[in-house]
Design a protein around this ligand. Structure first.
Ligand SMILES: [Fe+2]
Ligand SMILES: [Fe+2]
Length: 304
C-alpha cells in the first residue's frame, strides 16, 4: 500500500495546502490512504466539523488530533459521531470519541488501522501511552483480521519519548511517527524490524513564523516575559509536511519511506514525481528534481 501522513495543519494557510495538494497527490503517487493531523486547523486551535468535512472531500481518509483536540466547542459532540476523527487514546476513560480505528483504503485495497497516543514528557499527564499502544496492538495485528497496514502517531514534545515508541512498536506497525513539535526531523528511516519511522513530521503551515503563528507576538513574549495579544496563524504559503510510505502486501511492513515537504519555504522532498516548486519557495525547480532523483534508486529512501 501507499500511505501519506501529513503533520499538524495550522490555520487557513495549512488548510489551503491540504485542499491544494491532496487531490493531486492521491493521483500522482497512487495513494491508498491519507491521514492528516488537524489539531491546529481552526485558527491554530482545534478543528471543527466543517473543516473535517472539507478534508474528507479533498481525499483525506482519517484526521488525528492531539492536545488541542478540545479547543473548539463543537468537537466533543462531532467526534462522538465521526469515527474518522481520532483523539489520543490515552485520555482519561469517558473522553468523547476514539483513539484508534480500522478504516477501508481507497479502491478496495485493504484496511488500515490508525492509532494515536499522546506523550507525557513536557505534556499533560495522561495515562501511560506505552500501555495504551500495547493494548491497541493486541487489537490490531498486521495481516490478521483484515489489517493490511497500521499507522501509529505519538503526539509529543520530547524526541526521546517518540524514538522510544518507535523501537517499542518496530516490526508491529507499518509507520510509527511523531507530531506536535511543528518542525520536521531529518531522520525518516525504516527501523531494523521493518517499521517506517520519523520522529516528527513537522507542521503543514507557514514556516515564516514561530511554529505556525505570526512571529512578532511569540518573539515579543520571549523577549519581555509579559502576556500580550493572542496568537494568530501565519498566513503565508504553507509547506505540506509529512511522510510517504510504501508497504509490503505480504507483511504490512515498510519497504520505502520518504519525507514529504511541498510548497512554501522548505526545501522540497517527496517521491517522484514532485509537483513544480512554488514561486514563493526558496528553492527552485532544479533542486526539486535533484531531490526527487535521490529517491529513484533501489531500497529504502530517506529525507532529501
Ligand atoms: Fe500541533
Ligand atoms: Fe499538539
Amino acid at each position: 500500500m501507499r500511505l501519506l501522513y501529513c503533520g499538524d495543519v495550522v490555520g487557513r494557510a495549512g488548510r489551503q495546502a491540504v485542499l491544494d495538494h491532496i487531490p493531486a497527490l492521491r493521483a500522482a503517487w497512487a495513494l491508498d490512504f491519507v491521514v492528516v493531523n488537524g489539531e491546529n486547523a481552526a485558527g491554530g486551535f482545534g478543528i471543527t466539523g466543517g473543516i473535517c468535512r472539507e478534508f474528507f472531500a479533498a481525499g483525506v481518509d482519517v484526521i488525528v488530533t492531539g492536545n488541542h483536540v478540545w479547543d473548539q466547542k463543537d468537537t466533543a459532540a462531532y467526534i462522538a459521531d465521526e469515527p474518522r476523527l481520532l483523539r489520543p487514546m490515552n485520555y482519561p476513560a469517558g473522553a468523547p470519541g476514539r483513539g484508534h480505528g480500522l478504516f477501508p483504503a481507497a479502491g478496495g485495497r485493504g484496511q488500515v488501522a490508525v492509532i494515536q497516543v499522546m506523550g507525557r514528557v513536557f505534556m499533560d499527564a495522561l495515562d501511560d501511552p506505552f500501555a495504551a499502544v500495547a493494548e491497541a496492538l493486541d487489537h490490531h495485528r498486521l495481516k490478521q483480521g483484515g489489517v493490511d497496514a497500521i499507522i501509529l502517531d505519538i503526539h509529543g514534545e520530547a524526541t526521546s519519548e517518540k524514538m522510544a515508541m518507535g523501537h517499542f512498536t518496530d516490526g508491529r506497525v507499518s509507520l510509527v511517527c511523531g507530531t506536535h513539535s511543528h518542525v520536521p526531523t531529518a531522520d525518516a528511516q525504516i527501523l531494523p524490524g521493518g517499521s517506517a519511522y520519523q520522529t516528527d513530521l513537522g507542521m503543514t503551515g507557514d514556516y515564516d513564523s514561530v511554529i505556525g503563528f505570526v512571529k512578532e507576538e511569540p518573539v515579543r513574549r520571549f523577549v519581555t516575559k509579559r502576556p500580550g495579544r493572542r496568537f494568530e496563524p501565519a498566513g503565508g504559503e504553507a509547506t505540506l509536511c509529512g511522510v510517504y510510505v510504501e508497504t509490503d502486501d505480504a507483511t504490512g511492513l515498510a519497504t520505502r519511506v520518504v519525507a514529504v515537504r511541498l510548497g512554501g519555504r522548505l526545501a522540497p522532498s517527496g517521491p517522484a514525481p514532485l509537483p513544480p516548486a512554488s514561486s514563493s519557495g526558496l528553492v527552485g525547480g532544479e533542486m526539486a528534481e535533484a531531490v526527487a532523483g535521490l529517491h529513484q534508486g533501489k531500497g529504502p529512501d530517506t529525507d532529501g
